[in-house]
Structures are given as C-alpha cells and as structure tokens.
Design a protein around this ligand. Structure first.
Ligand code: 5AD
Ligand code: SF4
Length: 472
C-alpha cells in the first residue's frame, strides 16, 4: 500500500531556526561578515536544493563569494547520476586541501546525492580529512543544526541516516535568478529504472500539497518571475498519496489560473505515466510552454524491459503522436542511454531509428555508467567502451543533423521570446528562449531582460538560434 510520507513538523523547523539564530549571533561578533562559496553539480533539483541552502546561509549572516580561497565556508552539493560527475566532485574536493591549509578556520561541507551513499561517505571520512561535514539529501533541512555542531564542538559531522524521505515546507530560499525559478512539486522516485541511482539517494516519491505549490508560484509571479519550472523526477505521478485527489494535469490547470504574463515548464515526464490528458491540458493552458521533455532511453523493447522502464517502443511512439496532435509547435526533447549492459549494436540501431522517426528538437545523450547498488550494475556488460563510443558518436552525429534541421525551420519566422539573461558574447549580448525553450542569441538593451519581445530568427545552428528585435 502507498504510504503518505511525513512532513517535517513546524516545531522541528522552528528548532532549525533557533540554530540559525545561534550561528548568526556568533557570526555577528566578527569584524567582517563571513563569506560562503556554494557549488552545485547535477540536475535542477540540486540547483533548487542549493537555493534553499543559500537561503539558510544568508539567514545565518553569510554573504556569497565565487572564490574558494576567500570563503569561510565551502558547501558542495554533489551529484551521483554518473561516475564522471562523482570523479569531478572528488577531484575538486581533493584540491580544497590547499585552500584549507591556507585558511585553517575554513569549514568544508559536502551534501547531496553522492553523500547519501554510505560507501562514498566512508571514503570521505577516511581519505578526505579536511572535510568537516557530510550530510545526505534527507538531512538538508537540518543544515543549521549540523553546522552548529561543527562550529560549537569543533568535530567532524557525518549525518547519513537513510529514510524514505520527508517534505520540509517553508525553508528559506535565496534564488540565483530574477527571471527563471524552480519550484519542486514532488521529491524522490519509485521507478527503480535498473541503471539509475536516484531512487536510492532521493527516497520514495512524495508530493507537496497543491496549496503550497500554488502559493509559491503566485508569489514568484507577483515578484516578477517569468519562467517557472516545476520539478520532479517523474512529475506525471504527482499527487499520489495526497489526501485530496489531484493529478499533475489538475495541478497545471490550477497554476494556469494565476493571472499574469509568465511561462510554466515542467520536468521530467516519464512516458509510462504521461497521458493524452496531460497533452490536452498543456494545449488548454495558455501559460504552459509547448515543450515536453520525455526521456525514452532506448528504442529497443528488450533493452527497455531490462531497464525496467514500463513502456515499449510502440507505446512511446504513440505518445509522441498524441502529444504532437494536441500541441501545435511542440518542442520535444529527450534523454537516451547508449551502451546499457548487454545492448547489442543491432539493438542500438533501434535507438537510432527511433531518433530518425521521432526527430527530437534536442537530445541529452549519455553513455551508460554503472552505479554500484543498482540492478544493471550486476548485469554482464560484454561490449567494450570503445565500441560503445562508436555507437555513441553515430547517434550524436544523427541527432546533430536533426537538431540543425529543426532549427533551420525557424529561419525568417518571428517568435515571441523571453529575454532571460545577459550573455558573455559582445555581439549578441542577450540570451532568450522561444516558447518551446530553444535558446536564441540576440543583441539589444540590457533593460529587455525579463521581458517578452518579438524576435525575427536570422540564424540557426545545432544548439542555438540567433535573432534580431522585430518591430511590434
Ligand atoms: N548511466 C548513464 N546515464 C544515466 N542516466 C541516469 N542514470 C544513468 C546511468 N547510470 C541518464 C538518463 C536520465 C538522465 C537524467 O541521466 O538518461 O534520464
Ligand atoms: Fe531514475 Fe528512472 Fe526515477 Fe528517472 S524515473 S529518476 S531514470 S529511476
């Protein structure tokens, strides 16, 4: 039976605010305000978590710096999705030995998905003595208490309890952007795709109450945010286990009623739970962007079964057809894994043919990376890395041609873009997004950031478009 996972009680959250206040009182004694360096690896959920950690740090009195060397506190929010991400983190944490030597009072904290794995935490404990604190995803809301322990007792703190996961509402937040914002609608994952570490490090699926989500989105819109992404590992199963019967389509409809000029996006959708009803809802809701990120992972039925994905190639293709039938100008993006254990080259070619059939606007492509503890990590994996790389390169070449062709179709068209930030390119100083989320480079006054404007598309490349301001 599905169990409703607990919310952290208001009393427990208040206790964390007391710790925050105790830390703030100590830090106020200092001549110069302390600085924190926060580094985030991985997906948008990690970005969103880091914004809460930054919010807690700000309430403690920390300012922020981009320089590790001058930081009084370093906080690294880690990602475990592939081995490469873990190696990068360990390399960078190793290098912090030098900053700590130069500044022995520096406090170094590691958190996030990598740290939720016991064997990683053990390795940090035994081999990275300069690290003061390690906490996993489930302990995020207790960061003030853990930091207070490090500060007051001058001991190393390792907080790694494994649990199904809970929801902490009302944590402070210091957002990184003024135009785009993340809103988590649910946490965790129950799907146990055989290659994936997420269900082990993020706990069971649990949805936030719709009222909390609506309040957060309303506040964001009222304070000027224009591009709001609803986050969850599998947003299509939103609402399971809540008292009030509600699903993701219902939630989108309720959010869509919030007045104002803004766009709503969401990710990620799992094909096994996406439905024509979702596509009808997207089409009916004027604020919902015509974009869906629908990871297919493989185009071969045997591999899909071995991945425990819960749908077939034909099922996926039918979904795409339904989505396109409902949503004109749909931008469709996806994730794919090459070299799953036991995947043969003919099976890989089914993935290639699916890509050619569907013609995604963009694809996030990954070579399989074994994750200790997952089912797939125990499967025989006879194909060499070099062979996998050949298949991967074939796939990327096919997709790059498709992406470029998709982008060429925009040439000469005028589209309403949201200018969402400044770029470092002096010729095209602005970045903008089409309704479907494609990146557009253009030049214009910085005051356009945060506004919707018509732009004529004049250039198209594989990864981005270029455009110029169109007369209104
Ligand atoms: N190896 C390679 N890619 C992976 N992904 C998840 N786990 C692995 C793994 N072990 C990819 C999937 C997922 C995306 C976020 O990362 O394609 O959709
Ligand atoms: Fe991982 Fe599958 Fe859950 Fe996505 S749906 S987070 S790929 S287990």
């Amino acid at each position: 039976m599905e169990q409703r996972t607990g919310h952290i009680s208001p009393a427990d959250l208040a206790r964390q605010r007391d710790y925050t206040e105790q830390i703030a009182a100590v830090l106020r004694e200092r001549d110069v305000p302390p600085l924190a360096f926060v580094d985030t690896y991985g997906c948008q959920q990690n970005e969103a978590d880091s914004e809460h950690l930054r919010g807690m740090l700000r309430e403690m009195g920390y300012g922020f710096t981009d320089e590790e060397a001058e930081a009084d506190l370093i906080l690294i929010n880690t990602c475990a999705i592939r081995e490469h991400a873990e190696h990068r983190v360990l390399g960078n944490v190793g290098a912090l030995v030098h900053t700590k030597r130069a500044k022995p009072s520096q406090i170094i904290c590691l958190c996030g998905c990598m740290m939720q794995q016991q064997q990683v935490a053990q390795k940090i404990r035994s081999s990275f003595h300069h690290v003061d604190m390690v906490f996993g995803t489930h302990a995020l809301w207790r960061f003030p208490e853990l930091l207070w322990r490090v500060m007051s007792r001058r001991t190393r703190v390792f907080e790694l309890t494994d649990e199904p996961g809970s929801i902490a509402e009302g944590l402070p937040v210091a957002r990184m952007d003024r135009v785009k914002a993340w809103v988590s609608v649910m946490y965790g994952c129950n799907n146990f795709c055989s290659y994936c570490i997420v269900p082990y490090v993020r706990g069971r699926e649990r949805s936030r109450e719709p009222e909390q989500i609506l309040r957060e989105v309303r506040e964001l819109v009222e304070s000027g945010y224009k591009d709001i992404t609803l986050l969850g590992q599998n947003v299509n199963s939103y609402g399971r286990g809540l008292d009030r019967p509600i699903d993701f389509s219902d939630l989108l409809r309720e959010i869509d009623r919030i007045p104002g000029k803004y766009r709503i996006r969401f990710m990620t959708s799992h094909p096994k739970d996406a439905s024509p009803r979702l596509f009808e809802t997207m089409a009916a809701c004027s604020h919902v962007a015509p974009h869906i990120h629908l990871p297919f992972q493989s185009g071969n039925d045997r591999v899909l079964r071995a991945m425990n994905r819960g749908y077939t190639r034909a099922g996926y293709l039918a979904l795409v057809e339904a989505a396109r039938a409902n949503i004109p100008d749909l931008v469709l993006t996806s994730d794919v894994i090459v070299g799953f254990p036991g995947e043969t080259t003919p099976e890989f070619e089914d993935t290639l043919s699916l890509i050619e059939e569907v013609r995604f606007d963009a694809l996030f492509t990954f070579i399989y990376s074994p994750r200790p503890g997952t089912v797939a990590a125990r499967l025989p994996d006879p194909m060499t890395r070099a062979e996998k790389q050949v298949n991967f390169d074939r796939l990327v070449a096919v997709q790059n041609d498709i992406s470029a062709e998709k982008h060429r179709a925009y040439l000469g068209k005028t589209v309403e873009v949201l200018v969402d930030g400044l770029s470092t390119d002096p010729r095209n100083n602005l970045n903008a997004r089409t309704p479907g989320g494609r990146l557009v480079h253009l030049s214009g006054p910085a005051s356009l950031v945060g506004t919707f404007i018509p732009v004529r598309i004049t250039g198209a490349a594989t990864w981005a478009l270029t455009g110029e301001l169109a007369a209104e």
